[in-house]
Ligand binder design. Sequence first.
Ligand code: PGA
Length: 259
Amino acid sequence: MTRKPLIAGNWKMNLNHLEAIAHVQRLAFSLKDADFDAVEVAVFPPFTDIRSVQTLIDADKLKIRYGGQDCAETDSGAYTGQISAAFLTKLGCSFVILGHSERRLLNNESSADVALKLKSAIKHKLLPIVCVGESLDIRKSGNHVAVTVAQLKESLAGITKYDMGNVIVAYEPVWAIGTGEVAIPEDAEEMCGAIRNFLADEYGDAVADKVRILYGGSVKSGTAPGLMAMPNVDGALVGGASIDPDEFVAICRYRLALV
Ligand code: PGA
């Protein structure tokens, strides 16, 4: 099974809807068919940008895909400030990021919350990117693999084998996010390999073979080729570097540095 690599740009709370249009236009101008043949490219703008991004992508028939940075557990109701998976699907989103460490930390999201959001995302046919990763303390203690796999298990609670085939996992060590501290390729491979073994045990080899496992945490054009050369790393979830169109395009083209 060949897993098509996914390069996902998580803009976080950056770029308003006008800046988003200019940014996607620059990506569209730079990325060529050969790039889209090699990798899937997706952007994750703030909610307020998504309609503008959709309009541009539809009008120009761009191959860039997009998604939300989070979704609610429920479809609709009295949940001030929340956005449902149903709304994202209606806006043409293909993906949704769930359980990002910033949401776990700043919004007190638990893995149980992530599992509920995941069910809603699947119900509305979004491809979820479930984020997991250890803190610096855990890494120093040497328990990083066990803790991260346990976090993933809890975040996936109640998901069927059938649905798991469409889930994407992102390993994002918290100590490497926005810090400039990038895990070395061997660290990423150790964890992504352990995650794939866990998926094989829980859901069978066919599912484990199909699921894409991304690495995230200070990925830059200089570090992407080494990370992407690892057998169990199937893509990158890029934060800071995704705001710079030239840098993001260079990451999407990591393959050119591998030849
Ligand atoms: P970073 O963010 O690339 O800025 O470290 C990654 C992420 O949070 O997804």
